[in-house]
Write a protein that binds this ligand. Structure first.
Ligand SMILES: Nc1ncnc2c1ncn2[C@@H]1O[C@H](COP(=O)(O)OP(=O)(O)O)[C@@H](O)[C@H]1O
Ligand SMILES: [Mg+2]
Length: 333
């Protein structure tokens, strides 16, 4: 069982991810900060630009010794058990694991939608609700949850209205461009393909230029080709903005393609089983996915997950979709 990490980690401590009984916790080093030269981003804030090292010394997201129990009738489901996990500022971490292992629970804890049974959850050193309240943290759930009666542009503008801020039309136009939806700004969600709705949902999550982006299987319901294309789009958007991102997925290739690190959880109850440093250069492209180095990592992680399945932690029949739907509170659907 995980020993609780210190409640707050000084900024000077290198980024670590570790789990209960895990010897796989690793310490970030300089090597992985080497980036391929990227496109010019025109950044207007202090986030590290492409090609620059993310500021790994600074912790953005932190779970320390987090355990989460869900009482269910007379039983208690132990969803997470002693999870220690940190994500550095400007880092992209993928969270991988079999269905039901607590991935969405991690995200919901970080979004302030759940409280841990034990342990501590911090975003920028504060309870998640603080950042959420300041509209600096965005979540995109598995179901895109666009308003059916509103146009794509209005859906993307929604966070401005929720935050009581004037709608920044230039920002909406930029997001439409970024997600390739400019020609569909006035369309209603039902007039779009599933992939376009997912893109609109990601655009909406980006609307207020969040510092933290939590993505729960945002491309889960898509066909492989569309999913791959959106992966590259997300990689490109992330390269431009360098938002601290935690992506939940059960797609190994997607996890590796996008992330600086991949954290693998065990089957229920979720514990950090392994942390994989993805030392592949950026920007990530289609060519990369044909390289041996990429496949080595994907194969290694797949073997890890297969081992997990063989040891009895198996996905539910229809996996995350069902549990996600069943378990999300109505307001998040
Ligand atoms: N609100 C809830 N009430 C009861 N059980 C829950 C709730 N949320 C999650 N669980 C249980 O916790 C475990 C982890 O769920 P979840 O985080 O959704 O897993 P994942 O996203 O990895 O598929 C599952 O066994 C699930 O049934
Ligand atoms: Mg889930």
């Amino acid at each position: 069982m995980g020993e609780s990490a210190p409640a707050s980690i000084p900024a000077s401590i290198p980024l670590t991810v570790s789990g209960a009984g895990s010897e796989d916790g690793i310490v970030a080093d300089e090597k992985r900060n080497k980036r391929g030269a990227g496109v010019s981003a025109g950044l207007d804030d202090e986030r590290p630009g492409p090609g620059a090292a993310a500021d790994r010394g600074q912790t953005a997201l932190e779970l320390s010794g987090v355990t989460k129990h869900f009482p269910l009738r007379r039983r208690v489901t132990v969803a997470l058990d002693g999870v220690d996990l940190t994500v550095g500022k400007g880092e992209f971490v993928s969270l991988l694991g079999p269905s039901g292992c607590g991935k969405s629970t991690v995200l919901r804890l970080l979004a302030g939608l759940e409280e841990p049974t034990a342990g501590q959850v911090r975003v920028d050193g504060r309870p998640p609700a603080a950042l959420v309240g300041e509209h600096r943290l965005s979540v995109a759930f598995q179901q895109h949850a666009l308003l059916p009666w509103a146009s794509v542009a209005e859906n993307i503008a929604l966070p401005f209205r929720v935050a009581g801020r004037p709608v920044d039309r230039a920002r909406i136009a930029e997001l439409l461009r970024l997600t390739g939806l400019t020609d569909f700004a006035e369309a209603r969600p039902r007039q779009l393909s599933g992939g376009m709705c997912q893109r609109a949902a990601v655009a909406r999550a980006l609307a207020l230029d969040p510092e933290v982006l939590l993505l729960d299987e945002p491309f889960g319901s898509l066909d492989a080709v569309t999913r791959r294309r959106l992966n590259f789009e997300l990689a490109r958007i992330w390269t431009e903005r360098r938002i601290t991102t935690l992506l939940v997925t059960h797609d190994v290739a997607e996890a590796v393609l996008l992330a600086d690190r991949v954290v693998v959880l065990t089957g229920r109850p979720g514990r950090v089983r392994h942390v994989e440093e993805v030392g592949l250069s950026r920007p990530r492209s289609g060519r990369l996915t044909r390289e041996a180095a990429f496949h080595d990592i994907v194969d290694r992680l797949t073997a890890l997950l297969d081992g997990d399945l063989e040891s009895g932690a198996f996905p539910e029949e229809d996996g995350d979709t069902r549990s996600g739907r069943r378990l999300l509170p109505r307001r998040a659907r």
